[in-house]
Design a protein around this ligand. Structure first.
Ligand code: SF4
Length: 505
């Protein structure tokens, strides 16, 4: 008789339900006859064979009742993502009604809660699967992973934009919820709860938990607000948070609606329809996110990634310095929408380009031949935690007052002043590069890659609202959409464009 430990017994025990249908069953053959040969579901089912599902299968402990077969479940999820059906609640309904899903899932019928649990379980495997798909794409020569176009877009969080609370309101509600949850106050239990309060005891406990998280998440926002310049500082009661999803940022979306949202960034391959990397952030400024996206893209495709193309929001002195240090070339227009430049153009004042930088003297020379000497320096706060040092240069007030070109140069009584960034040599080199035909052609191609990828994810995959609460869920939603797109792109490349390579794993 062989004795086995509890761990061995669990390993030997079947962990998954057998699918209700087999490919030899009459019912499955009937379903198969109803799915057209060119249907995208057939490509997705075939493409899943390229993924290593071992970590997903190993994530089931083997305890409790047998789990729904993960491979068939994954096929259903990817088909649903492709069909604009983002929510696990939709998957549950469609699995009962949709012939294609019953065919792909071999007749599985998971409950609604299993669909939600499976979505959350997939989260930690998506990054590795996406890396594996890119690795296979590189191996078959589909991409070399060197050039990418970066862009970002906001995605609405799963939270109401009408119910934002400040610190005082949160504390008041926590007090009321605590009193309600306290079993030692039976008389209050009989009172009708206010409209904002959950109706059941379990719901109130979950609500209290979320409100306490919201209080914690609000504190850094209050601290950041206190560090702002007095002219930009908000009154404390206007610093609010979403109690439904405290991790979500608050800001205007593409339609200028102020709401809880997440910021999703993608780096799309310039030479194929693949997405090289993605990430979801809980703050909204793209400018500060270039550096983390460069690190992440290299993590996904390797150190050969060396050129990124972005819009003017990504091109700042600080980002040029980051790219220079990382050995990545940044292509993008230099502040085309700069307010100061437009204002100067409108008033027909000399722009900074009209002033000659004298490297040896560390001073500027103005169009009238006068010098603007260094007056001092200042530290400027930039997007995120970035900072930049600017040197101030100025011409003497008396010189400017007597200058015949004054009306074209400045209205200031103190004389014309200029600021020079600590990254000015990089900025000047970048501006010169952006005037070359090669850089202009590369910039033009960005619109055909990054913008098209976003249009596909938002319009065709309906990636407009996160299906659950928290940034982990946001990353899962985005990661699944990217996996579906990249997996199909790789599969199509291997099966249609390069028949000889189709034999590759
Ligand atoms: S106004 Fe002053 S800075 Fe401007 S061109 Fe005349 S001397 Fe030079």
């Amino acid at each position: 008789m062989v004795n086995c430990s509890e761990g061995d017994c669990l390993a030997l025990r079947p962990r998954f339900q057998p699918p209700p249908l087999t490919k030899d069953s009459a019912e499955w053959k009937c379903l198969d006859s109803q799915v057209p040969p060119e249907h995208v579901a057939r490509r997705i089912v075939a493409a899943i064979e390229r993924l290593d599902l071992t970590p997903l299968l190993a994530s089931y402990s083997g305890r409790g009742s047998l789990a729904v077969p993960p491979k068939q479940m994954l096929a259903v999820v990817l088909i649903e993502k492709h069909r604009k059906r983002q929510s696990p609640g939709d998957w549950y309904i469609d699995l009962k009604e949709n012939v294609v899903l019953r065919w792909a899932g071999l007749g599985i019928r998971p409950s609604r809660s299993v669909c939600y649990e499976f979505r959350d379980r997939l989260g930690k495997h998506l990054e590795q699967w996406n890396k594996d798909v890119l690795c296979q794409a590189k191996a078959v020569g589909m991409t070399d992973g060197t050039d990418g176009a970066i862009d970002g877009s906001s995605i609405a969080a799963c939270a109401s934009r009408q119910r934002l609370l400040n610190q005082e309101q949160l504390n008041s509600r926590i007090e009321k919820l605590t009193a309600r949850c306290d079993q030692s106050q039976p008389t209050e239990q009989n009172e009708k709860p206010p409209a904002w309060m959950a109706a059941t005891a379990d719901g109130r406990k979950a609500q209290l938990n979320r409100f306490e998280q919201a209080v914690e998440a609000l504190q850094p926002r209050l601290d950041a607000n206190a560090r702002r310049m007095p002219s930009l500082r908000l009154p404390v009661k206007r610093v609010v948070i979403s109690p439904s999803d405290p991790e979500a940022a608050l800001g205007p979306d593409k339609f200028k609606v102020f709401r809880p949202l997440y910021n999703a960034l993608f780096v799309s391959d310039m030479n194929s329809p693949l997405i090289l990397s993605y990430e979801v952030f809980d703050h909204g400024q793209d400018t500060a996110l270039l550096e983390p996206m460069l690190r992440r893209t290299r993590d996904f495709v390797g150190p050969q990634f060396h050129r990124v193309v972005g819009d003017s929001g990504f091109v700042t002195g600080t980002n040029l310095a980051h790219c220079d240090a990382a050995g990545v070339e940044l292509i993008g227009p230099w502040k085309e929408n700069d307010y100061t430049k437009r204002k100067q153009k409108k008033q027909e004042k000399f722009v900074k380009d009209k002033f000659l930088w004298l490297e040896t003297d560390h001073a500027y020379q103005c169009p009238a031949g006068q010098r603007l000497e260094r007056m001092g320096s200042e530290r400027r706060q930039r997007a995120g935690d970035q900072e930049e040092t600017l040197e101030r240069f100025g011409c003497r007030a008396a010189t400017c007052a007597a200058c015949p070109l004054r009306s074209q140069c400045t209205d200031s009584r103190g004389g014309r002043q200029l600021r020079r960034s600590e990254h000015e040599p990089l900025i000047e080199a970048h501006r010169a590069k952006m005037n070359t035909p090669e850089a202009k052609a590369t910039q033009k191609r960005r619109g055909q890659t990054a913008e098209r990828g976003f249009a596909d994810l938002k319009e065709h995959r309906n990636l407009r609202r996160i299906t659950g609460r928290g940034i982990a869920c946001a990353r899962t939603d985005v990661g699944l959409c990217v996996l579906t797109r990249n997996l199909l792109t790789l599969h199509d490349h291997l099966t249609t464009e390069s028949p000889s390579a189709a034999a590759a794993p």
